[in-house]
Ligand binder design. Structure first.
Ligand code: PRP
Length: 180
């Protein structure tokens, strides 16, 4: 285990099983359709790559680059969209693939923005839903795991762009992201 990690929250095996089972659910729910799996970069890159291979449908993939955290451990509260999807979203079944639902600034902004492009349907698949003890403006349609309000890294999740390549989800040691 990486020495900056306090403990592992979800192991590689647990993640593999959860993503497989989510893929099977989506395969059933979208039978006869060709959904677009829209990856929200960078954090969702690992989840997106695994989820698409767990879905047995003629789906398409696309990418949107958005940022709300920058190098900080806290959300800026504002979302910057750095790259729009390439495909025409109108009349398509879109599944937004998101690594973590934290403050929900990212997902609520994207749902609003993408809805304006008139997709046939718009749903969300979230790897981790963090419990902040507050009511969030959006609820994930699909999710793999719930998590408590701790600083999580790995499986695509970063702190200051590091730790995305850890194959598990871990709790980052406090001294790594605080000055004290
Ligand atoms: C992170 C994460 C989600 C978003 C969730 O992205 O990947 O997209 O924050 O947080 P929220 O629910 O509070 O909006 P970030 O802006 O750090 O960019 P990244 O994906 O490149 O890490």
């Amino acid at each position: 285990m990486n020495c900056d990690i306090e403990r592992v929250l979800y192991t590689e095996k647990e993640i593999r099983e959860a993503v497989k089972s989510l893929g099977e659910r989506i395969t059933c729910d979208y039978a006869g359709k060709a959904p677009v799996l829209l990856c929200i970069l960078k954090g969702s890159s690992v989840f997106h790559a695994d989820l698409m291979r767990a879905i047995d449908l003629p789906c398409e993939i696309d990418f949107l680059v958005a940022k709300s955290y920058g190098m900080s451990a806290q959300s800026s509260g504002k979302l910057r969209i750095l790259k729009e999807p390439d495909i025409d979203i109108k009349n398509r079944d879109i599944i937004i693939v998101e690594d973590i639902l934290d403050t929900a600034v990212t997902l609520s902004t994207l749902i609003h923005t993408l809805s304006l492009k008139e997709p046939a349907s718009l749903k969300t698949a979230v790897f981790l839903d963090k419990n902040l003890g507050i009511k969030k403006p959006v609820k994930a349609d699909y999710k793999c795991f719930d998590a408590e309000n701790e600083f999580l890294v790995g499986y695509g999740l970063d702190y200051a762009e590091r730790y995305r390549n850890l194959p598990y989800v871990g709790v980052l040691k406090k001294e790594i992201y605080t000055d004290n």
